[in-house]
Write a protein that binds this ligand. Structure first.
Ligand code: PEP
Length: 248
C-alpha cells in the first residue's frame, strides 16, 4: 500500500501565498519518492495552484464538498466543481467542521458517497475528543463514526476510500498520539473496515493526524497500521512539509 501524506492548510494562505509555497516546495520533494503527496489548500487557491502542480508528484485535495452536484445551496462547492479543477482527494467531516459547523455523521456519509460518485477519493476523518478518551469511550466513538459515516459505501468502492484517525485532543495541540495509541486505534479501524467491506476493507489507507511534525513523523510512520499522515499546522511551512513528506 503506497503511503499518503496530505497537507491540510485549513483556512490559511491566500492565492499569492499558495503560489509562493508551491514554488518553494516543488524543488524540495526529491526525497519523497514512493509515496503519494497531496495538498489541501482553501477552495480559492485550488484552481490557481493546479497548473503549478501539474506534472509534479503533488496531488490536489479539497477540504470539504457538498453532497449534491449542483443546485440552490448557497456557499457550497460540489464534487464535479472540484473534479474540474483537478482535485483528487477530498477531506470529509474534519473535526473542525464537526465542531464549528455541527457537521454530523449523516452529512459525512452523504459527502463520502457524493465524492465516490464524482470520481474523487474521500478521506473520512474520525476521532474521539479528550472527554471521550478520559471516559474510556474512544473506541466506541470511533466505531460509531465509521459505521455511520460510511453508510452507503459499497464494498467494491472501498479501494477509493481513506480514513484519517485524528484524535481531537491531538489536533493543533502539539500533543500527538503515542505510537501505541495510534497503533491500537488503527488496528481497531482496520477491523471495523473488514466488518463493513470484507476483503475490500484491506485496501483502505488509514492515515494518522494530530500534531504530526518533522520531529515525530518518522516514528509515527513506522507505527504498525499507519498508512499515511494528515498534517495541519506543520504543512503551512513548505520546508517542514517537505521534511514530513520525506519521512524515513
Ligand atoms: C489537521 O488539521 O487535520 C491536523 C491534524 O492538524 P495539526 O497537524 O495542526 O494537528
Amino acid at each position: 500500500m503506497r503511503p499518503l501524506i496530505i497537507g491540510n492548510w485549513k483556512m490559511h494562505l491566500t492565492v499569492s501565498d499558495a503560489l509562493a509555497y508551491a514554488r518553494t516546495l516543488l524543488p524540495r520533494l526529491a526525497a519523497a519518492g514512493g509515496r503519494e503527496i497531496a495538498l489541501a489548500p482553501p477552495f480559492t487557491a485550488l484552481s490557481p495552484i493546479a497548473p503549478l502542480l501539474k506534472g509534479s508528484p503533488i496531488l490536489l485535495a479539497a477540504q470539504n464538498l457538498f453532497w449534491e452536484d449542483e443546485g440552490p445551496y448557497t456557499g457550497e462547492i460540489s464534487g464535479p466543481m472540484l473534479q474540474e479543477v483537478g482535485v483528487t482527494y477530498v477531506l470529509v467531516a474534519h473535526s473542525e467542521r464537526r465542531r464549528h459547523l455541527e457537521e454530523t455523521d449523516r452529512a459525512a456519509a452523504r459527502k463520502v458517497v457524493a465524492a465516490m460518485r464524482c470520481g474523487l477519493k474521500p478521506v473520512l476523518c474520525v476521532g474521539e475528543d479528550e472527554a471521550d478518551r478520559a471516559a474510556g469511550l474512544a473506541q466506541t466513538v470511533v466505531r460509531a463514526q465509521l459505521a455511520r459515516g460510511l453508510e452507503g459505501v459499497a464494498p467494491g468502492e472501498a479501494a477509493r476510500l481513506q480514513v484519517a484517525y485524528e484524535p481531537v485532543w491531538a489536533i493543533g495541540t502539539g500533543k500527538a498520539a503515542t505510537p501505541a495509541q495510534a497503533a491500537e486505534m488503527h488496528a481497531l479501524i482496520r477491523k471495523e473496515l473488514a466488518g463493513l467491506f470484507r476483503e475490500g476493507g484491506s485496501a483502505v489507507r488509514i492515515l494518522y493526524g494530530g500534531s504530526v511534525t518533522p520531529a515525530n513523523v518518522d516514528e509515527l510512520m513506522r507505527t504498525p497500521g499507519v498508512d499515511g499522515a494528515l498534517v495541519g499546522g506543520a504543512s503551512l511551512k513548505a520546508d517542514e512539509f517537505a521534511r514530513i513528506a520525506a519521512y524515513r
